[in-house]
Design a protein around this ligand. Structure first.
Ligand code: BYC
Ligand code: FE
Ligand code: FE
Length: 479
């Protein structure tokens, strides 16, 4: 493998110093990135020493180094997985050709669009999470938040590297624009819906890292199949970091549930009012947060029928999840896939399946793979509730619930999958999605806990610390 050169301004394993033009372009972008980080990155964190992992190689054993770092001094680097000799384009009309080391002219615009969309989500999530540090429930959690943030920053670097290296002047313009669009900005928002929502409290943060970072996993897996080899190699390495983000979400929600169940058992009650009065989050509120994050995230897979998706696949740019493990012709002509729609019938309507060409349904295929994977964690959360002897179960809402993108956009479908009237939807909306009051209650619990080993009342401590450190380790030195 190529060594990481830490004496350079930008740590990398891509021999950056041998390409002076590229190096200069990136060194020119770097101060703008740091300015963005200081303006819109973690609020009030600039002087903290944080126990962070930094990517230092792409070796599966020991790719990361742990140590206290001042966040603005974090070394955001560019790392690609090693080249696989003889790798081919594995799907679409170019199947069997040698994987591309350069951008094929005919696919340039689509490839750029995919890279820009991927890159845009990374700084968006940092912007969404920027105030959370002020109300962290523990040093351990604060450290995890910052870890996720610096790595999303590195993911932006990964996409900006591709844009600078392979797309010339318009690539550089796109890289600049990454720092100009902002989450929730009315005039210049982030590209995809979920990345313009707020992440106002820690329950939202855990749900986001469980559900939305998992969209990251599935999209990155699809891009890791790309015939454009540099994209495949960079996304493969990004996936090694992604696992921790989803862990933060899954274990975070799990700890909230564990604490709630503990209080429910102490008080022998399932009355949300009493549970809230005891300063923990009642399970129905957790369910409503889950409904929100699940539905907003599945919209990120795009329209159920998409000619873009067919083009991306046909041209070898974006594959399916685990493309090369699938046993079919990897061209998919003449096959169909079932997608859901709403059929109006009388006053209400009903959900109906229809068959569409598989190539056009590839967003739906990826969404379905995602749904299966995300339900796994919901079941693990239920184990925590079951173990506490409480007869409540969380459920992932129906795929058609609360959709904004695709055929199901705007349909009035309950979390159980019943089509209802607009009036009923409006009347019961607050049973299904977090109400202003739910959000205000959760916000009221958020307060900063700074002492090592101490945790806010509404969340249980983790089972173990980070990198084998004790739970009461000084993960963040505030100075
Ligand atoms: N919001 O034909 P369609 C991550 C637009 S997360 C707003 O279905 P396509 C991370 C669409 O752009 C992973 N607009 O589109 C997680 C199109 O617009 P135009 C991010 C949307 O292209 C946590 C139109 O609707 N990576 O890494 O097939 C923290 C028609 O739609 C949305 C990627 O997404 C939406 N939700 O599918 C940090 C991978 N959905 O052309 C990071 C790259 C669709 O009509 N992106 N539209 O103006 C893609 O592969 C595709 O762009 C999409 C959309 C799957 C997202
Ligand atoms: Fe990311
Ligand atoms: Fe992530």
């Amino acid at each position: 493998m190529s060594a990481i050169n830490y004496s350079e301004k930008i740590p990398n394993n891509v021999n950056l110093s041998e390409d002076k033009t590229l190096q200069r372009a990136l060194e020119h972008w770097q101060p703008n990135y740091l300015q963005w980080w200081s303006d819109l990155g973690p609020d009030g964190s600039q002087n903290f020493d944080v126990y962070l992992r930094t990517a230092v190689s792409v070796e599966p054993q020991g790719w990361a180094q742990f140590g206290h770092v001042k966040m603005p001094d974090y070394r955001w680097g560019i790392f690609l997985n090693p080249k696989e000799e003889g790798r081919q384009v594995n799907f679409g009309e170019h199947k069997g050709e040698a994987a591309w080391q350069d951008v094929p002219g005919e696919h340039r615009a689509n490839l750029r669009r995919i890279i820009v969309t991927q890159g845009d989500t990374e700084p968006a999530s940092v912007e969404q999470q920027r105030h959370l540090g002020l109300t962290a429930p523990s040093q351990y959690d604060l450290r995890n938040l910052f870890q996720v943030n610096v790595e999303e920053g590195r993911h932006l670097w990964a996409m900006v590297y591709l844009l600078h290296k392979y797309f010339g002047r318009d690539g550089r313009e796109e890289a600049d624009a990454m720092l100009e669009r902002h989450s929730g900005d009315a005039d210049n928002p982030r590209i995809l819906g979920a990345f313009n929502e707020k992440t106002p409290d820690w329950l939202s943060f855990y749900m986001f890292t469980y559900f939305t970072d998992r969209d990251g996993k599935f999209q990155l897996c699809a891009l890791a199949e790309s015939g454009f080899d540099p994209l495949a190699r960079t996304t493969k390495f990004m996936l090694t970091e992604e696992a921790h983000h989803m862990f933060v979400g899954e274990s975070g929600v799990s700890r909230v549930i564990a604490r709630t169940c503990e209080v429910m058992n102490q008080l022998k009650t399932d009355d949300p009012a009493k549970i809230r009065a005891a300063g923990v989050i009642d399970l129905p509120t957790i369910q409503r947060y889950l409904n929100f994050h699940f539905s907003v995230t599945i919209d990120l897979f795009g329209a159920d029928e998409s000619s873009n998706a067919a083009i991306f696949y046909n041209s070898g740019l974006k594959g399916r999840f685990e493309e090369t493990k699938r046993e079919d012709d990897h061209r998919l002509h003449g096959r169909t896939y079932k997608v859901l729609g709403v059929e109006k019938a009388g006053s209400g309507g009903q959900l109906v399946e229809r068959e569409v060409p598989l190539l056009n349904a590839l967003n739906e295929v990826l969404r379905d793979d995602y749904i299966k994977d995300s339900i796994g964690g919901v079941n693990r959360w239920n184990k925590v509730i079951e173990k506490a002897g409480i007869p409540f179960r969380l459920v992932a809402p129906h795929k058609a619930f609360n959709r904004r993108i695709g055929t199901l956009a705007g349909a009035n479908v309950t979390p159980q999958g019943q089509v209802v009237s607009t009036e009923e939807w409006a009347a019961r909306h607050d049973d299904w999605l977090p109400s202003a009051e739910d959000r205000a209650f959760v916000a009221s619990l958020m307060g900063r806990v700074v002492d090592a080993g101490k945790f806010a009342n509404w969340i249980a401590p983790p089972v173990m610390g980070i990198n084998r450190q004790p739970i009461d380790f000084d993960y963040v030195r505030f100075n």
